[in-house]
Structure formats: C-alpha cells, structure tokens
Design a protein around this ligand. Structure first.
Ligand code: IMP
Length: 197
C-alpha cells in the first residue's frame, strides 16, 4: 500500500533537509520536490506542539500545491525544564542563530532550578498531508541527558550538550553517519516507512 506515488512536496525551504528526506523516500519510488522550488509560502509555526506545527506545515503545502506533502518539526525537550526549549528550540538561539548561547541558556536554567535530573530527549514529528485534507503523523525520539560543558564540534544545534543514553560521546562528538541512525528523525522515518510500505 502506498499513500502516494510520483511527486511529493517536502514542506521545507531548507535544502539540506529536503535532500535528506528525498534520499530516505527514494526506496518508495517517490520524487521529492521542495516547497521552495515550487515557490510556496512558508507558514508561521504558531502551534504549541511539534505535531501541531508539523501538521500545519504539511497541510499548507498540500493545499497550495495539490500534491501530498511531508513536513517535520523537531527540537529538544529537557525534563527538569518542563519540556523547554521544546517547540522554541530554534528560537532560543536568537536572531543570530547562536547555539552556543542557546546551550548556555539550557544549562543556566538547569542551574537556576538546582536540577539534579538532566534527562532530555530530542523529538521529531513527521506529518504527511494529502491534498484532500487527510493527515498522518509519526513521532520519533532520541533519549539522553544534558552535559556541561559542551563536547565536540560536529553536528549542529544542541548536539554538543546531548549525551545519548548508554553511550559515552555526545551527538556533537559523532560523525554524521554515526549519529544518523540514533536520531529522533531516523526513528520517525522508520515509523513512516513502515506505515507506507
Ligand atoms: P526545526 O525542526 O527545523 O524547526 O528545528 C528545531 C531546532 O531543534 C533546530 O534548530 C535545532 O536547534 C534543534 N534540533 C532539532 N534536531 C536536532 C538535532 O538532531 N541535533 C541538535 N539540535 C537539533
């Protein structure tokens, strides 16, 4: 069973993300085109949850293009911070996209709360919307804990302060190929592919 065939819009203007998703979808015989290539507008992420934002982006792209559309939303949730930065993960880095600052904010917030539990998880929700309005969503997570100071200069975002459970190196200390199968994104994709093939 396939919920789509032929072309699918990846509801992102981020070329790296579109390429990565395109490669993951290739086994399904799907051709991924980006929302950017089609000149679709980028909706504002106004929902308080990852699933809400992923659905909002997927629906907007499906309606505007008349094609099935796939969107993702992701971020870091820290247990002792009540799930922050959560859907605001990118915004904690400010206009300058300074993740050194964002990581410092996470650590300062943990210190301010005198936290002793540093549990955290990365979350990724994929939403697949059909032009008719049907939508399915798939959530993946990567569990771990926050460490300080940051370790490693690979990866992006919060990778240097995220130590995956059971391992002794942060995501920031791992190569792309080593990190990828452990990620929230990979786990969400496994669920999507299992549902669609
Ligand atoms: P978005 O899903 O593109 O909106 O990204 C949300 C933000 O979450 C990113 O800007 C990163 O800061 C953070 N994030 C999501 N996935 C990862 C990851 O695998 N490593 C580090 N940071 C991540």
């Amino acid at each position: 069973m396939s919920a789509f065939s032929g072309r699918l819009v990846v509801a992102s203007h981020n070329l790296g993300k579109v390429r990565e998703i395109g490669a993951l979808l290739a086994p399904l015989g799907v051709e991924a085109v980006s929302a950017g290539e089609l000149g679709l507008p980028e909706p504002e992420e106004t929902e308080p949850t990852f699933v809400g934002n992923a659905i909002l982006k997927a629906r907007a792209a499906a309606e505007a293009s008349g094609l099935p559309a796939l969107a993702d939303d992701s971020g870091l949730e820290v247990l002792a911070l009540g799930g922050d930065p959560g859907v605001l993960s990118a915004r904690w880095a400010g206009e300058g996209r300074d993740f050194g600052l964002a990581m410092r904010k996470v650590w300062d917030a943990l210190q301010a709360r005198r936290a002793t539990d540093f549990s955290a998880r990365f979350v990724c929700v994929l939403a697949l919307a059909q032009p008719g309005g049907d939508v399915q969503s798939f959530e993946g997570e990567a569990r771990g804990s926050i460490v300080w100071p940051p370790r490693g200069d690979k990866g992006f975002g919060y990778d240097p302060i995220f130590l995956p459970t059971g391992l002794d190196r942060t995501f920031g200390e791992m190569s792309h190929d080593e990190k990828l199968p452990l990620t929230h994104r990979a786990h969400a994709f496994e669920k999507l592919l299992a549902a669609l093939t």
